[in-house]
Write a protein that binds this ligand. Structure first.
Ligand SMILES: Nc1ncnc2c1ncn2[C@@H]1O[C@H](COP(=O)(O)OP(=O)(O)O)[C@@H](O)[C@H]1O
Ligand SMILES: [Mg+2]
Length: 372
């Protein structure tokens, strides 16, 4: 059992004016895999280190299973942490690296041998037990670091960007392995990353942090589909959501988004909920996959088609991303099209917006406007 609860947890480093972590409230369920996601410097490691007991908590309360942990030393928290820099002991072989923590805890010898063998078997490390870290690949070292955490059978696992040093293929396989290990162990795991793909694929829930503050927490697809603000909208998804300013106007069937000579009817939106924004500028958001290309001969069937000039073509094989310029839109607009697109640099094409997938954000607060 390990429920982790952060209540208004803040961190101010000595000598710093700003809060590195700013009043975070978060409940992590027993056995959950939670990802802390955010850009470099947003306070992820600081938050994790406060949970581990490696960093003091300036304000707020940390609970594990209902017990206040603020002043409990790291070694008594029953938490294991895996870092990006594997932090293995270079002079010890794999078996001794795995056994080290147990020996220090005075676990009986036969029990150590059994646990080390068990975990080495689980992670495919049996053939390497006699090797020292320098004779292992990055992926193998990462598995030893993970094994060293698993062998301790802690209440909570903390991971701080553990896959960042691995090459792309190994990152994917280690990612899957970690998810499998989580299922097998059923332990509470908190995983820090700046990589939105890792967050989307690994997390049961994602907690997005910006400037030390928690912006949004939810299951991956919910956060992807309903970003709470423009930061989340841009941070999740590659290419990111297109965001640009439009003016909201009354139209025959409700509300329209005006930019240049286009007036895009937002029929999926509840006009009454938008009354405070009428005749004002708002931020319009549309994901690249919610744009499609209309063939010239079909144009007359799509009165809301938008003319766009192709500024770059990224043919990725499975799909083609067009970077386009649209009249009266001051940002480039990316459209994710199927691989058969024949659009070329400089072409004028016609783009259709899936108006059921439009997001609107308040221009001052950048928070999503509830409009459905
Ligand atoms: N030991 C420290 N002393 C002072 N400031 C620190 C220390 N560690 C981190 N910071 C600052 O706290 C902020 C958050 O850092 P960190 O938690 O490492 O971010 P992340 O892990 O998201 O990249 C950054 O502005 C960083 O410079
Ligand atoms: Mg960090």
């Amino acid at each position: 059992m390990a429920v982790v609860k952060l209540e208004n947890v803040s961190k101010r480093y000595p000598g710093s004016q700003e809060l590195a972590v700013d009043a975070i409230n978060l409940d992590i369920a027993d056995g959950e895999f939670l990802v802390l996601l955010g850009p470099s410097g947003c306070g992820k490691s600081t938050a994790l280190r406060m949970i581990a007991g490696l960093e003091s908590i300036t304000r707020g309360t940390l609970y594990i299973d209902g017990q206040v942990m603020n002043n409990i030393p790291a070694k008594d928290r029953d938490i294991a942490m895996v870092f990006q820099s594997y932090a293995l002991y270079p002079h010890m072989n794999v078996a001794n690296n795995l056994a080290f923590g147990l020996r220090r805890r005075k676990v009986p010898k036969d029990k150590i041998v059994r646990r080390v063998e068990n975990v080495a078997g689980m992670l495919g490390l049996i053939p390497f037990l006699g090797r020292k870290p320098h004779a292992l690949s990055g992926g193998q070292r990462q598995r030893v670091a993970l094994g060293r955490a698993i062998v301790r059978d802690p209440k909570v696992f903390l991971f701080d960007e553990p896959l960042s040093n691995l090459d792309a293929a190994l990152r994917v396989s280690t990612r899957n392995e970690l998810v499998n290990q989580h299922q097998r162990l059923g332990a509470t795991m908190i995983y820090v990353t700046h990589d939105q793909v890792e967050a989307m694929t690994m997390g049961q829930r994602i907690c997005i942090i910006n400037n030390g503050k928690l912006v949004q927490v939810g299951v991956p697809l919910q956060v992807y589909r309903e970003p709470a603000d423009t930061f989340v909208a841009k941070f999740l998804g590659n290419p990111p959501m297109n965001l640009f300013e439009v003016r909201l106007e009354a139209s025959a069937d409700g509300v329209a988004a005006r930019f240049g000579h286009h007036a895009l009817p937002l029929s999926a939106m509840d006009a009454t909920k938008l009354s405070a924004y009428m005749n004002r500028t708002v931020i319009f958001g549309i994901r690249p996959e919610d744009l499609s290309e209309i063939r010239p001969q079909d144009r007359h069937q799509h009165p809301n088609g938008i003319t766009a000039r192709v500024a770059a073509v990224e043919a990725l094989g499975a799909e083609t991303v067009l970077i386009t310029e649209i009249e009266a839109v001051d940002e480039v607009v990316r459209a994710r099209l199927d691989r058969d697109s024949t659009a070329r640099l400089g072409d004028e094409i016609c783009i259709e917006v899936d108006v059921n997938r439009v997001h609107l954000f308040d221009p001052e607060s950048s928070r999503a406007i509830a409009c459905r």
